[in-house]
Design a protein around this ligand. Structure first.
Ligand code: ZN
Length: 245
């Protein structure tokens, strides 16, 4: 089985389409595992939901998905994120609202736990440090965990003998071997990368070869920015896409 791992699409249809084309060109996948935040920030929440749900999709909730449908408060959102969230809420059909409301916080697929933020705090914790990774490894009932939320592609490895943990960057096209390891992997963000590389990010899990491979995909950033401008979305959210930040 091959699964595409997508996170933080954030209503960026041009980025999502480019990733789906890239997946096809790499021989396709049997399923898409989505780690949440399909919506929020970008100009095409409805279209992104429609396109993703045409795929064989397994998906957990992100904070923006739940904020857009009132499952969680936007009190912690910065003013730009809150404005985009209120705009997003107005674009969704009642059926799409129901879909987002009913997304689970955590799912287990094969030997992977899927969450948006972290195992201990599925939609709010940003897993960026070894200290938080150690605590979260202790919560895991699977060997592997897939996370999004920070939009930064990276890999945490836990070494049970020493109880130490390490963080590394995910290198595009370089297969990560899974066998016998304990890993937490963030594939990076499809629709709003934040590691200084503006290209869309995702990964593919291959169960036969027991690998995860990270990929970067160029997309038409200007097209997304133009659509955001047309909808009056915040200038900062438009500008950051150019820089991957
Ligand atoms: Zn996000």
């Amino acid at each position: 089985m091959r699964c595409a791992i997508l996170a933080d699409i954030h209503s960026n249809l041009a980025a999502l389409e480019a990733v789906l084309v890239d997946i096809k060109e790499r021989g396709g996948v049997d399923q898409i595992w989505c780690l949440g935040d399909i919506v929020g920030y970008g100009p095409d929440p409805g279209e992104c939901l429609r396109l993703l749900r045409e795929q064989e999709l397994t998906c957990v909730a992100g904070n923006h998905d739940w904020a857009a449908v009132g499952n969680v408060s936007i009190a912690d959102f910065n003013p730009d994120a809150a404005a985009a969230c209120r705009w997003t809420a107005r674009q969704l059909t009642p059926e799409q609202v129901e879909f987002l409301k009913n997304l689970p916080l955590t799912l287990i697929c094969d030997d992977f736990t899927l969450v948006h933020g972290s195992p201990r705090d599925p939609i709010t914790e940003y897993m960026l440090s070894v200290a938080s990774a150690v605590i979260n490894f202790a919560r895991l009932t699977t060997s592997f965990c897939l996370i999004g939320h920070s939009h930064v592609p990276c890999i945490f490895e836990y070494f049970p003998e020493t109880r130490l943990c390490q963080i590394r960057e995910l290198v595009p096209e370089e297969p990560v071997k899974l066998n016998g390891r304990r890993l937490i992997i963030n594939p990076g963000g499809v629709g709003q990368p934040r590691d200084g590389d503006p290209r869309a990010a995702y990964a593919i899990y291959d169960s036969q070869h027991q690998t995860v491979v990270h990929y970067r995909v160029p997309y038409d950033i200007a097209a997304t920015q133009e659509r955001m401008r047309r909808h009056g979305l915040p200038q900062f959210l438009i500008a950051r896409l150019s820089f991957g930040w």
